[in-house]
Design a protein around this ligand. Sequence first.
Ligand code: ATP
Ligand code: MG
Length: 409
Amino acid sequence: MKLSQLAFKVAKDAPANADTINHKLLVQAGYVRQLMAGVYTYTPLGLKVLRNIENIVRKEMDAIGGQEILMPALHPKANWLTTGGWDNIDVLFKLKSRTDRDYALGQSHEEIVTPLAKELINSYKDLPLALYQIQWKYRDELRSKSGILRGREFFMKDMYSFHENQADFEKFYEKVKAAYLKIFKEMGLTAKVTEASGGSFTEKISYEFMVLTDAGEDDIFYCDSCDYCVNQEIAKVKEGDACPICGAPLKAARAAEVGNVFDLGQKFAKDFELTFANKNGEKQYPIMGCYGIGISRTMGVIVEKYHDDRGIIWPKAVSPFAAHVVALNGAEEYAIKIYETLKENGVSALLDDRAQSAGNKFAAADLLGIPVRLVISPRNEKLIEWKKRDQEEIELIDLNTVLTKLKTS
Ligand code: ATP
Ligand code: MG
């Protein structure tokens, strides 16, 4: 992609209304545009990041046997009445048609996936079943702030699983937890598996995946010596108390929830009369689990964790491009050649071919945060200046070395 042709420009100044780093940097660099509080457009660059995150999540959901579907965002009122959600879920957006019918916008999809599964599940032989989607969600959040961390419209991966018994559910639950840790690690995030209440449906404990950041809205207690972590909202412990697992003193921190896993029990199966015939031919309700990942929130959390005072520093796995080629005055032709060669070798590259000063181009490269910057200058003959976004050193190397380093670093 050529920066000169990109309609969304890097801005000189940060937006005036930004209350968080992700909001400031994502808007200024041109990854997102705000329509109103909690509602954003993703630009070509922002969409690439979102898709990279989405694809990492998709790969791992497929690997544990999830079947991807895409459910509607527009729901009939009846499904939400069936579960009690119509009257009890405060964030549910409700709308009326011109013929006076009521609808809801999907804030989650238990109400849609359970009747759908009813068409698929008849016998224990149809179980287990795991369906997932990656889709926009709508929530009438009271305060939509913190950039893309809390949207009224946001991108989520939600998976729902159906099991013959609790033991089978537990087995899958552990698989999902492991997949989540793998997903967040691949994106450069350390997620803490955090005990929390099971939400409105159940007395059971759920697990939230928390990333430490001051931009988050959750408070947790965690242990540095082992993996113990608990949401402060439900915690029976306090800061400095002995960790219930290993005895080390607990620490307090702010965190953002990037995902969670819930044991839904039989609540939704009972609401929708979803049953299956077990091995003895008796009718039984399946056990359900649900598993969310905030795709757009994760993008914001990555920016909160990976930036400096000059801009974003994308981890390689989610970066919109592998390399950012800066063409300095007088080296434009050679820069295009480098850019084309990178592409031919399967390296995604952004070319800054704008008629701008070197200073402006370097500032844009820092702001955009692509992990490797390649400067093509008339001073260097055919050699290329290689610089990683998170390091200060510059190396002067030839094109073959650039290609090798891009593939291996
Ligand atoms: P929160 O406590 O942050 O409101 P939640 O408990 O309502 O989250 P879920 O309903 O389980 O979250 O949604 C699954 C995931 O979707 C969350 O773990 C989070 O990463 C993301 N998420 C939830 N609400 C929002 C929102 N308003 N904007 C962006 N992402 C969100
Ligand atoms: Mg919420």
